[in-house]
Ligand binder design. Sequence first.
Ligand SMILES: Cc1ncc(COP(=O)(O)O)c(C=O)c1O
Length: 350
Amino acid sequence: MELLTRSLMELIDLRSDTVTKPSVAMMEAMMNAKLGDDVFAEDPTIIELQAYAANLFGKEAALFCPSGTMTNQVAIKVHTKPGDEVICDVNSHIYNYEGGGISANSGVQAKLLHGNEGRLNAELIEANINPDFDWLVKTRLVSLENTVNRAGGSFYTTKQIQPIYELCQSNNLKLHLDGARIFNALVETKENPEEVAKYFHSISVCLSKGLGAPVGSLLLGDKQFIKEARRVRKLLGGGMRQAGILAAAGLYALQNNVHRLKEDHLKAKRIEETLATLPFVESILPVYTNIVIFNLKKDVISGEAFEKKLAEQNVKISSFGKQNIRMVTHLDFTETMLNRTLEVLNGINV
Ligand SMILES: Cc1ncc(COP(=O)(O)O)c(C=O)c1O
């Protein structure tokens, strides 16, 4: 009983899937990691992680970086020249949440398209590729996000990606994937990492989201691309020394925490089902993976007030806009926490 009461009082953090803490087994792997200086490419655990990931995605090489922001920004800088344009969805992380890095790091501008729940298609992209005139900005890169953070974790199938790749090939464009949550997509589509990866010139994969590592992302591509990416990573200050201690966590995450992502998706669905019954909820974006985004009725309760009500019950969520709320399920969000969250939601009086 005491244990139950204690777990009911536990803080439930649904702000993001980045809030997870390393498990004991993951920390053991970190403690036992063999280390070296990775700026000299001599850290055995980083070398192992990079080889493991490259092999998993069927790519020639990989690069371990501190964050998904860095893997995206490095990729954009390698693929483009100042004055170029990158095509991406208006909701994309590279445009909204990377501190203006596209322009600050690469001198590149973004053409923002309105995709279907954050997903672009070949037709839409084709209509936005500039002809090769001196006075037009050079379209150089297309960047997709999978899953789409700001669109309820919507995902692409390879069938949807293939025509985009073919369009890019025939227009001499590079195609990058912000695959911060690529494994959330893959557990739903039941496709292999290789099947998706073959359509991209570069892929960013985060280890610190649903996979539960404390730090780290991988950039994948061919050998020449990764050679250039290593230079750019150093330029941006991302050259790390005995970071095998972090790579060990990443390796553990890739080997142990992929298949269980489905549990996070089922929990997100149960939150969606409860929200659908609540009178103060205006609308809910379809929940595809582990991200639940919904709007509150304007004259009934504000996002700020809702956030506060939940915080009083030890449930942390993030409000996106005035009425817009996001909840993200993850590795440290247990069944008991789910039941408690549903109870708190059902108990809200406005
Ligand atoms: C879709 C997407 N891409 C990239 C990132 C950046 O990752 P990081 O926080 O490791 O920089 C995030 C972070 O939440 C994300 O959601």
